[in-house]
Every structure is written in C-alpha cells, then in structure tokens.
Design a protein around this ligand. Structure first.
Ligand code: NAI
Length: 345
C-alpha cells in the first residue's frame, strides 16, 4: 500500500510533546505514513523570520493533510497568528470540533455529544483593524454571503455523513442585524435543502452559553461564525473536562489540517504533563479523513479504555498524577492490542 504523506507541525510550547503522541498513535494503527516535519510559530520566526514559511504552505498543499501542534501568538504586538494565516492561505474554511464525553471522565454537566462547526476565514479574524483617531480603534467584522453559505452547506453535509439530526445556527442578529443577519439567512436558505432530513433552528450566542452549561444534551451540531465558534468551543471543551480532551480538524476544498482546540499552554510547557488526548483524538479524525475508519474507531476506543481502566495514567488536568509520555504509551499499547486482535473491524 502506498504511504500517506502527512506534514507534521510540532508548533510551540506543549506542541512538540503532544504532537509526538499523535504521531505515535497513528503509527500504532499501522496506517502507512511518510511524515514531513516542518517548523511554524515562534521557532520559525526565530529561525526563518516568518511564523509560517512559504514552503510549509506549499508542502501542505502538495500532501493535502497535516497534523499540527498549537503555536504561540504574542498578545497586542508581534507577528500575525500562524494559525489564522494557515487557515486563510489554505482556505481551510471549516473548523470542526467534536465535543463528546470521554467514558470514565464524566463531569457534572451530564453526557455531552455535540459538534462545533466554525467558519474559519472571516468575521473579526479578517484582521482589519485601524486606529481612526488617537484613542479610537475600529475592528471590522466581515461576513460574506459566499463564506456563510459554504459553511452552512458543510454543516448540513456533515450532519448527513455522520447521521446527526439537528443543526443550530448561533448568532447575535438582534444586534448585528446586517452581519449576523446575513450569516443566519444563509443558514436558513441552506437548511431548506435538507428539510425532513436534518432539523434546523437558531439561537442567540449569549443564550447558547447559558443553555450549554445547563443542558448541553439539547444540542447536536452548532453552526457559528469565527469568533463565536472559537469561544463556544472552549466553553464546550470545559463541559467534558477541559481543553486537553477536545480535538479538531480544519477542512478546505483541497487540504485538511488536524489540531487540538487548545493552545501552546506556556504555563506547563516542558514539564511533561500536557494531556495528549486532544491531539490523539485529532489524529483519529485525520485517520477517518484519510479513509481508515477502523483506525479512527481503534484510537477512540483505546482512549476510552485507558481513561476508564488506567486512571493512574491520567495527566494532572484530569486529576491524575501521570505524564504525557506515560498516558501516550498506555493508549499506544491499547491500540496495538486492538490491531493484533483485529478488533473494531
Ligand atoms: P491554552 O489553551 O494554551 O491554555 C489554557 C489553559 O489550559 C492553561 O492553563 C493550560 O495549561 C491548559 N491546557 C491547554 N492545553 C492543555 C493540555 N493539552 N493539557 C493540559 N492542560 C492544558 O490557552 P492560552 O493560555 O490562552 O494561550 C496560550 C498560547 O496559545 C497563546 O499564544 C495563544 O495565542 C495560543 N493558542 C494557539 C492555538 C492554536 O495554535 N491552535 C489555539 C489557542 C491558543
């Protein structure tokens, strides 16, 4: 079988530690892979003077797939986020963040099983900021018909592919009548094509925040513009036990980049205690994208088995005393057992 060529982007902070876990898990599934490792983020600024060197973008375009660690973005000054640039330059318009309770790691918020579908290229992330007068700054929110229809279409197709029953558009169209109004009307128009198959409704983003905390099981697929999607997905991750458990994938027409929701966590970088599960589950999503559904299932089931049966291996964010390497090793062993015993086929 020919090898999948996958670009590996370790990133900054805890990135290299958790991305190595993702790489090891994929190898354990037996998926044939040639890894192409490239630097982005702060380390790339230091070495090449650019957080996202041009050859990284062209390499991902050539391979079609990347597994990425988080990158650090300076606050207020400094370089533009490598993430934002990557998503814009590769037109990775859809950010998918499944948030599902991990067996053995139940929280007071009940069983959560929802998917955040976030528009990834515009809104306030367009980067259009200006000082219009001393002490006065504008930051322009861009919402287009094209991008709103494209992400709504993606969300409904995702529902169809994954057997999901409901798409909820999240907005603030009572205040941003034009911008969020356009986003909502595009979703409504797209929904018409799926009537009878996928239920469509909508909710104000502030009301959603409260309802998620009170009863997240009310929701299935959440469809959001860029900024709301970013904030709501962190909130949703908190409902299942934290950022260390929430994976993600960025999809475009030609490429996909898989990464955890979390950032570079400078407060724990280098300590060997970062939770690798979010990147491991992102790697599972990548296997699914590459057509290996068995590898996807094996990884997910292995995470569930270890989180239920080997609590001593859990990292401190989950209340354990384990390490990144120790937890990874346990999950790798479980994946190997499932491959050897031909489980989940
Ligand atoms: P963060 O997600 O890095 O950390 C928030 C909190 O969660 C910290 O206490 C951290 O220790 C904890 N945490 C995050 N991931 C964890 C894991 N795997 N295991 C255990 N604990 C974990 O968010 P923060 O601090 O706001 O951002 C730090 C940097 O990351 C910033 O420069 C930001 O721009 C960048 N960032 C990058 C992202 C990306 O590359 N996709 C996404 C979000 C933030």
């Amino acid at each position: 079988m020919s090898k999948h060529r996958i670009v590996l982007l370790p990133g900054d902070g805890i990135g290299p530690e958790v991305v190595e876990a993702g790489r090891r898990i994929v190898e354990a599934t037996g998926l044939p892979v040639e890894w192409i490792t490239r630097q982005i983020g702060v380390s790339a600024v230091e070495k090449f003077g650019d957080a996202l060197p041009e050859d990284v973008v062209s390499e991902i375009k050539a391979c079609g797939v990347a597994l990425k660690g988080p990158t650090t973005t300076p606050i207020g000054t400094g370089h533009v986020s490598a993430n934002v640039r990557l998503r814009q330059e590769l037109e990775l318009f859809a950010n998918v963040r499944p948030v599902k309770t991990v067996p053995g790691l139940e929280t007071p918020y009940g069983a959560v099983d929802l998917v955040v579908v976030r528009e990834n290229t515009e809104s306030l992330y367009a980067g259009l900021e200006n000082v219009v007068a001393p002490g006065v700054v504008t930051s322009i929110k861009v919402i287009t018909d094209r991008a709103s229809r494209r992400i709504a279409h993606f969300a409904f197709e995702y529902a169809r592919q994954w057997g999901r029953k409901r798409v909820t558009a999240v907005h603030k169209a009572n205040i941003m009548k034009l911008a969020d109004g356009l986003f909502l009307s595009c979703a409504e128009e797209e929904a018409a094509a799926y009537a009878g198959e996928v239920v469509f409704d909508d909710i104000l983003v502030d009301a959603l925040a409260m309802r998620l905390v009170k009863k997240a099981s009310d929701f299935d697929i959440l469809l959001l513009e860029n900024l709301y999607g970013d904030i709501v997905s962190d909130l949703a991750a908190g409902l299942i036990g934290g950022l260390g458990l929430a994976p993600g994938g960025n999809y475009g027409a030609d490429c996909a980049v898989f990464e955890a929701i979390h950032g570079s966590a400078p407060d724990i970088a280098g300590q060997g205690i970062a939770n690798p599960i979010a990147v491991i589950l992102s790697a599972a999503m990548m296997c699914h994208h590459l057509g290996d559904v068995t590898a996807y299932r094996r990884i997910r089931k292995s995470v569930a088995t270890i989180s239920q049966e080997q609590k001593d291996k859990l990292t401190p964010d989950l209340g354990g005393k384990g390490s990144t390497v120790g937890l990874t090793e346990a999950i790798v062993e479980e994946v190997r057992r499932r491959v050897k015993d031909r489980l989940d086929e």
